[in-house]
Ligand binder design. Structure first.
Ligand code: AGP
Length: 608
């Protein structure tokens, strides 16, 4: 997901823009650039690679400018080259634009421009928008942006400046987030609050189809058709220190080790151990609709999809509600059957994943009650859901999702109890689950203490290029999550699956020395998992197991065992995933990978 930062005020813009881009680095990018407005002209700088490469291009030119825009690009159309990096400019070079999203009809616009004698020189879709704004420009930047966007199909979050208008930034959004930070005589426009929080915590969130013109004296929001829109100023949910490393080597490490605290924050004020009750204010208005729910569809991508898969087990087990989990990218195009009583639950840490947002819109279009389980307050999915539950786990900076996953699980357990109590779940059973849930943060802390042992196991196998992750029941989705964690940050190929599925083909992969991770906690299917372990060992596989504290059998069968406390099955994923997060983290560090900014990945995939 690209990053956008814009500044207008009394201070020098350049250091604020660079610092803002650095706060967006975690989202993943491959080039960066900025445009400064000063002395009736633009200064443009672009560079491939990290932001310090962009800093190396900066000289006195534009150093005094108090207006500018900047961008980190995650290449979609056209490779990561300096030419393709943003900002892109109009034909006369006097208008600059940064963009997040995809201009779907960019070829048609490029042809139109070429017929007007305005050639495009890059491989990007974005350039045509900059040239189109220049084509319409006649001294009114806001109007030129408006005219150009009326011809655009696709998604965008844009910020635009003009050399001849040194007193304003024009921004607009459709499908890619944009936030305006309101400072003291200054404004910061950004695609993510992380670039704003160092300067102000007062913000407005642009909605799709809205534009904003920001000057040093204020801002004006309208629709694309120039109809004024009133926006409520909101307070940012997090502070600067929450997006700092706090002494950790990586954000991922910080976020793994802060899970006792982040889980406590997710649960805070929502569970009543004495009453065995769950209180979720965000869905209270829909209590009756939820009581009449007949079917649950979870929709998400990636780690959030794995959380949804756990949710499927939770809702059928605890709430006795039929539940299914759909990849949002499939759900949105499948013309899904949504009947009366269907509740669709979109799960998304960022609240901006394009496919998940589209699936939510499709579900609402078909009349479903659409809930959001989201971390980023004010994000698009959060604002477009009928109701929802925020994770409150704090900003997750590491590209690999960890604390958001366990907070998603905690919310799903609470939701399942809340719905279950309106159906067949007894108060006693609810009280038992709530009591155990309240203890999860301290139990996670105990598991984290095994980090060094996990590192030792990782060290033995980091040269193996193929791993398997196997689990049964509630721990099958955890096996998928463990495999994804390892893949996405250590670049080791890993596959997760139900343990029983191994015999239906994948067992052919097992060879001498192949690492196979089993989630082998006691409770159901334990004996069957032991059988699967034997099948792997007899073929030379090396077994790494996550087991229940006190289990002496497993220690005889596995090369490495990481223990988790014995908890009811619905809560096991909250614990069994912790050693797998640590395993992936240590393997990536030992392999010298860029843990927080893995190659090719973005923190939030806001394009299809
Ligand atoms: C998880 O580690 C990945 N970074 C990725 O799969 C992520 O979970 C997925 O892109 C969904 O993101 P979201 O939760 O912000 O919607």
């Amino acid at each position: 997901m690209c990053g956008i930062v814009g500044y207008i005020g009394a201070r020098k813009a350049r250091p604020i823009l660079i610092e803002g881009l650095k706060r967006l680095e975690y989202r993943g990018y491959d080039s960066a650039g900025l445009a400064l407005v000063h002395d009736g002209r633009l200064t443009i700088r672009r560079a491939v690679g990290r932001i310090h490469n962009l800093e190396a291009t900066l000289d006195h030119d534009g150093a005094e400018a108090t207006l500018g825009i900047a961008h980190t690009r995650w290449a979609t159309h056209g490779g990561p080259t300096e030419t393709n990096a943003h900002p892109h400019v109009s034909a006369d070079g006097r208008i600059a634009l940064v963009h997040n999203g995809i201009i779907e009809n960019y070829r048609a616009i490029r042809t139109f421009l070429e017929q007007k004698g305005v050639p495009c020189i890059t491989e990007t879709d974005t350039e045509v928008l900059a040239k189109l704004i220049g084509h319409f420009y006649n001294g009114n930047l806001e109007q030129a942006v408006r005219d150009a966007l009326h011809d655009v199909q696709g998604t965008y979050g844009i910020a635009v400046v003009a050399a001849g208008e040194p007193d304003r930034i024009v921004a607009a959004r459709k499908g890619s987030p944009l936030i305006v930070g309101i400072g003291d005589g200054e404004f910061i426009i950004a695609s993510d609050a992380a670039a704003i929080v160092a300067h102000t915590n007062q913000v407005i969130y642009l909605s799709d189809g809205e534009m904003v013109t920001v000057t040093r004296d204020g801002f004006r929001t309208t629709t694309l058709d120039a109809i004024p829109v009133t926006k409520d100023v909101q307070g940012l949910e997090f502070s600067l220190d929450q997006i700092e490393l706090d002494g950790h080597e990586h954000f991922m490490a910080k976020e793994i080790f802060e899970q006792p605290q982040s889980l406590a924050n997710t649960l805070r004020g929502r569970i009543d151990v004495r009453e065995g009750a769950v209180h979720l204010g965000g869905i209270a208005a829909y209590a009756r609709d939820l009581a009449r729910a007949r079917r649950i569809i979870f929709t998400a991508q990636g780690t959030a999809w794995h959380a949804g898969l756990v949710g499927e087990y939770l809702f059928e087990d605890i709430a006795k509600l039929p539940a299914e989990t759909e990849y949002a990218s499939e759900f949105r195009y499948r013309n899904p059957l949504i009947d009366d009583g269907t509740v669709v639950i979109a799960i998304s840490q960022s609240g901006e994943t394009a496919d998940t947002l589209a699936a939510l819109r499709e579900a609402r279009q078909k009349g479903a009650l659409a809930l959001g389980i989201v971390n980023v307050v004010g994000s698009t999915i959060a604002r477009e859901s009928d109701a929802g539950v925020y994770l409150h786990c704090g900003p997750e900076i590491g590209v690999a999702s960890t604390k958001a996953f366990t907070s998603q699980l905690a919310v799903l357990v609470m939701l399942a109890i809340r719905l279950g109590r309106g159906r067949f779940l007894s108060q006693n059973d609810a009280a038992m689950l709530v009591t155990e849930l309240a203890r999860i943060p301290e139990r996670v802390a105990g598991i984290l203490a095994q980090s060094d042992a996990v590192r030792a196991a990782a060290e033995r196998y980091i040269d193996r290029e193929n791993w398997l992750f196997l689990g049964r029941g509630y721990n099958y989705p955890v096996a998928l999550e463990g495999a994804l964690k390892l893949k996405e940050i250590s670049y080791i190929h890993a596959e997760g699956m139900p343990a029983a599925e191994m015999k239906h083909g994948p067992i052919a992969l097992i060879n001498e020395g192949m690492p196979v991770v089993f989630i082998a906690t006691q409770r159901n299917q334990y004996d069957k998992v032991l059988g699967n372990i034997e099948e792997v060992r007899s073929r030379g596989g090396r077994v790494i197991a996550v087991a229940t504290e006190g289990d002496t059998v497993i220690s005889q069968m596995a090369e490495h065992v990481f223990f988790v406390p014995d908890v009811p099955e619905p809560l096991q994923p909250l614990l069994t995933v912790i050693p797998l997060q640590l395993l992936a983290y240590h393997a990536a560090v030992l392999r010298g990978c860029n843990v927080d900014k893995p190659r090719n990945l973005a923190k939030s995939v806001t394009v299809e």
